[in-house]
Structures are given as C-alpha cells and as structure tokens.
Design a protein. Structure first.
Ligand code: FMN
Length: 306
C-alpha cells in the first residue's frame, strides 16, 4: 500500500494559468488512493471549472465560504480539520502574500489559517513576479513557519517569458506530498544505491547483459529520499526515470560501476547494492565490430570478481 492510500489531501487551487494542471494532480492523487478535497479561489474558477475537479476527485469542491449549502456540506473548519496535508498548487503570488500575513478573505485562505495540518505551496507565476523581493520574503516567512515550498521549475512560461516560475510536474508535487506524510527517520543520512544491470562489451556494438530493470534499486532510492535522506544512485543502463530528488550517476560496465560506487562511498553513510552486476565478461572484447560473416563465434568469458 502506498503512502497516500486512505489519506485526506486538501488541494487548494488559486488563480494562475497553471490551474489547469491541478486536474492531473487530482487524478494522480486519487489513483494513489488518496481522498482528495479541492478548494478553489474565485479567480481559480476562471481558469478551470469546479465541475472538472469535482468529477475527478469524486468530492464536492469548495469555492465559497458563505454558500449555505457548501458551508453545511463541506465547511471550512471541517476541511481544515480533516486534511492530513494541504497543498496549494498552483499558489499565486496573491495567495502566498495572503498566507504570509494571515489574510483569510476566501475559503482557501480561511482554511489555511484554521488548519493544524502540514501545508505545502507550489508557487507558479511569471519569472519577474517570482523574483520580486516581496514574493521571496513571503515565501521565506512561510518556510520559517514550517510550510514546504515546492520549488517552481524553469523553462518557457505561459506568459511568453523564460525562467523560473513553472508549476512543477504534478508527479513532483505528489512526491513532495508523500514525503510530508513520511517519517523523516533517515534525515541526515547519505544513501548510496546501486541499481540496474551492467553491460559487458563483446565488441563496440555488442554486449552481454542481464534482465535487471533497476526497479528494486530505484524504489529503494525513492523510499530513502521520501524518508529524508540525501540519495545518490549509481545506475547501470536502465530505462527508468530518475526518481525525483535523487542524484543519478550512469555507468555501463561492472568495472565502471565499481569505480563510481567507490568514489561516492566516502560520501555515503549507507550503501545499498541492488544492482545486478555481471559475474562474467568477455575476456578479450574486440576493438572493432566483429564481422557478421565470421563463421561462428566462441567467446571466452572471465570472472569479474577476479
Ligand atoms: C491570464 C492570467 C494568468 C495569470 N497567471 C498567474 C500566475 O500564473 N501566477 C500568479 O501568481 N498570478 C497569475 N495571474 C494573476 C492572478 O490571477 C491575480 O493575481 C489574482 O488576483 C489571483 O487571485 P487568487 O490568488 O485569489 O486566485 C494571472 C492572471 C491572468 C489574467
């Protein structure tokens, strides 16, 4: 069972262009087994409809503090109390400022003041807005009070500018929520993980390998990061995406994996060796491609441990 299974996550959506990405975020959270309650600022409803988020979350969406039906059916205090984590994604400069000074003039900001749950903000805005000293000061204030600030990504922004301010991929927001729900019992540890297969060359284009996918090592790395460790993976050729927050060093052969692991070893406080390192390799790999019309091919293998 995943970390999010059965957990109540309150998602606050504010009025930025990235509000459309909240639909994907709700879907990922629901698929991971979370009970998702969405609250939106009035301006957020200009960007994405409550109906979309209500349908995806299978729960009523709160948009109005003073609606008679919403207050009796959802209730701002109930939302604040039932949340195990509240995540504001996207968080506008406006909502960040209100949260920093304690303004509670709509459902989202009122719930933020009324809750004892852990809160995360995923700022998303134009790069000049994000770099404005006021926004930086407000974020620093929220961070000091214990809120998690999910760093925006860099790249082309919807407003036409390039720079920092993109809402991170919804999968990253989910990873941050999972971390908030996990005991940080590996905080301060530096965990080195080896993962995946190795490839041992026969010639420059052919190799001997095994069927390791890297799934085990990558899952260990992901879990260690979630529990607060700094994590580095030394990976053989694996098609898997690098887990969020994890540093990845790619290698190909067993000897390269040994070299990279050895050089990271002094950094580590624990080493988990989940890679499927080859036991044998061709003793004399050819320098050039072995011609296909070579009659039969006899490979001499040597033990790698020797
Ligand atoms: C098309 C459009 C896109 C906007 N995108 C953003 C944005 O990405 N981030 C942001 O902080 N504000 C953005 N704004 C400005 C906010 O909508 C505005 O500050 C609003 O008051 C925020 O209200 P809320 O924080 O209550 O949702 C945008 C406005 C418009 C018209």
């Amino acid at each position: 069972m995943g970390v999010l299974s059965g957990k109540t996550i309150v998602l606050g959506v504010s009025g930025g262009i990235a509000a459309y990405k909240s639909a994907e975020l709700v879907r990922l959270l629901v698929n991971a087994g979370a009970n998702v309650r969405v609250m939106m600022t009035r301006n957020a409803t200009e960007f994405i409809t409550p109906l979309t988020l209500q349908t995806l979350s299978s729960n009523p969406v709160a948009t109005d503090t003073f609606s008679l039906t919403q207050e009796s059916e959802i209730g701002h205090i109930r939302l604040a109390d039932t949340a195990e984590v509240i995540v504001i994604a996207p968080a506008t400069a406006d909502v960040i400022a209100k949260a920093a000074v304690g303004i509670a003039d709509d459902i989202l900001t009122t719930v933020l003041l009324a809750t004892r749950a852990k809160v995360a903000f995923a700022p998303a805005m134009n790069v000049h807005m994000y770099e404005h000293p006021t926004v930086a000061e407000n974020l620093a204030k929220l961070r000091t009070r214990g809120a998690v600030i999910i760093e925006p990504g860099e790249g082309a922004l919807a407003c036409g500018y390039e720079g920092k301010g993109r809402l991170p991929d919804p999968a990253i927001v989910v990873a941050e929520i999972e971390k908030m729900l996990s005991a940080q019992d590996l905080g301060g540890e530096n965990i080195l993980v080896t993962a995946g297969p190795t490839q041992e060359p026969i010639d420059p284009v052919r190799f001997v390998t095994n069927r390791s996918s890297g799934k085990m090592g990558f899952a260990i790395a992901r879990a260690a990061w979630r529990r607060g460790a700094a994590v580095r993976i030394v990976a053989g050729p694996s098609a898997l995406a690098t887990p969020y927050g994890v540093e990845r060093i790619d290698t190909v052969t067993a000897s390269a994996m040994l070299a990279k692991t050895s050089s990271s070893f002094p950094w580590s406080t624990a080493l988990v060796m989940a890679a499927a390192v080859a036991d044998f390799r061709p003793a004399n790999p050819a320098r050039g491609k072995i011609k296909k019309d070579t009659r039969g091919l006899r490979l001499e293998m040597e033990s790698i441990a020797d």
